[in-house]
Design a protein around this ligand. Structure first.
Ligand SMILES: Cc1ncc(COP(=O)(O)O)c(C=O)c1O
Length: 392
């Protein structure tokens, strides 16, 4: 069989399937939520079809082969080893995050976020009656770094016992180094703070770069860390609701295990394990091709901005298909107005940066996990939207 079954240029039509991303007008172009427009790997489609053909759709167990697929994939791909005893199935990274917050922190306590960061973390904290303790990342010359002095100050506050880390970091696309992760883990341990490391974007790195699992940073990480992993971003399976919690500390494992069962998020739907196993066991080539495609899209955008939209600056990301765009030369107030203007005048739907924390308020986020012709269309629309915004 020819190797290149993965034609990421192939146009997909996601209208009329109740897609969240494509719940837009016909002339609009959605480049917002983290969801890809590509066909999933053929092997996953075939396995799902085979399962559907059985025509019985009752309750499912979690087979040992699911745990094996995670263990083998993470060992081979990310040099991270864990055992079945360290793993807990959950129906999503955010359901896990919210459940863990409820189990290992108390109402009124602080949870640290390094902002700008994935917006739904804010909801998980606030909706559970906890407070956000914000540690804005330092931003200089279009680069982000951790403000370790401020981080330690916040970790030391007596009402703080959890930090949520995004590794790699959505929306800035940064891969944290082993040293940075080890410093976070050591400081967290020193101040008795647990760390959730959301690693959902870990497979989608620049083809020449690898992420560092939080657990591989230093020995303290295994004492205080909880990693959340999933094939849903990497293979576009978010609608199947499948993820894994990895935890080495037995006390935490027991607490989290009770929490997710209590919250009824510990059981899979009948397709979740089927798709995950095939993804991890058989679709590694797909992932390699996908990374190349996404990073060539990133290059297209970078060159386009340099040539045609000089007033905006693309932040140099090494992971994710989400681009973080500095629009401070165009808007000092709030990119919400800019995003609304672009959508109203051109139909291009981007995410406005203030969703990711107030330090994101002059940014836009653009999802480039789509066919190249759509990326080019999006760029034309963006250029036009910015031109007319400046004149308005
Ligand atoms: C950093 C991050 N975590 C979690 C999620 C959502 O995970 P799930 O669908 O498993 O709840 C997303 C989706 O965009 C994300 O970007």
């Amino acid at each position: 069989m020819a190797k290149n079954m993965n034609n990421f240029d192939k146009e997909t039509n996601r209208f009329n399937i109740s897609s969240l991303k494509w719940n837009v007008k016909e002339n609009e172009l959605p480049m917002w939520v983290a969801d890809m427009d590509f066909l999933c790997p053929d092997a996953i489609y075939q396995a799902l079809l085979e399962r559907l053909n059985n025509k019985t759709y009752g309750y499912s167990i979690i087979p040992d082969s699911l745990y094996d697929s995670y263990m083998n994939f993470y060992r081979d791909r990310h040099h991270l080893s864990f055992a079945k005893e360290n793993m807990l199935f959950s129906s999503g990274v955010i359901p896990s995050t919210s459940s863990i917050i409820r189990r290992i922190t108390a109402p009124g306590e602080n949870i640290i976020l390094m902002t700008p960061v994935y917006n739904i973390f804010f909801n998980s904290i606030v909706n559970n009656g906890r407070f956000i303790s914000e540690v804005p990342l330092k931003y200089e010359n279009y680069k982000y770094d951790i403000d370790f002095c401020l981080l330690e100050e916040k970790l030391a506050e007596y009402r703080t016992n959890l930090l949520i880390l995004c590794n790699p970091h959505n929306p800035i696309g940064k891969i944290w180094s082993k040293e940075e992760l080890a410093k976070i883990a050591t400081l967290a341990k020193k101040h008795n703070v647990y760390v959730i490391s959301d690693e959902i974007h870990c497979d989608l790195t620049n083809p020449n770069k690898e992420y560092v699992p939080f657990f591989n940073s230093c020995s303290e990480a295994k004492e205080i860390g909880i990693s959340l992993i999933s094939p849903t971003k990497s293979f576009n399976l978010a609608g199947l609701q499948t993820s894994m919690i990895i935890v080495f500390n037995q006390y935490l494992y027991n607490k989290i295990n009770r929490g997710i069962n209590n919250d009824e998020i510990a059981e899979p739907n009948f397709l979740a394990c089927v798709a995950t196993e095939v993804a991890y066991n058989q679709c590694r080539d797909y992932l390699d091709d996908l990374r190349k495609y996404i990073f060539s899209n990133r290059e297209i955008v970078k060159n386009y901005f340099e040539q045609h939209i000089k007033e905006i600056q693309l932040i140099d990301g090494e992971a994710t298909y989400l681009l973080w765009i500095d629009c401070s030369q165009i808007t000092h107030k709030n990119s919400k107005l800019l995003a609304q203007h672009i959508r109203n005048t051109t139909g291009l739907y981007l995410s406005e940066g203030s969703q990711y924390g107030s330090c994101g308020k002059t940014f836009l986020r653009m999802n480039i996990a789509t066919q190249k012709f759509r990326v080019l269309d999006g760029l034309e629309r963006l250029k036009e939207g910015i031109r007319s915004y400046k004149e308005s």
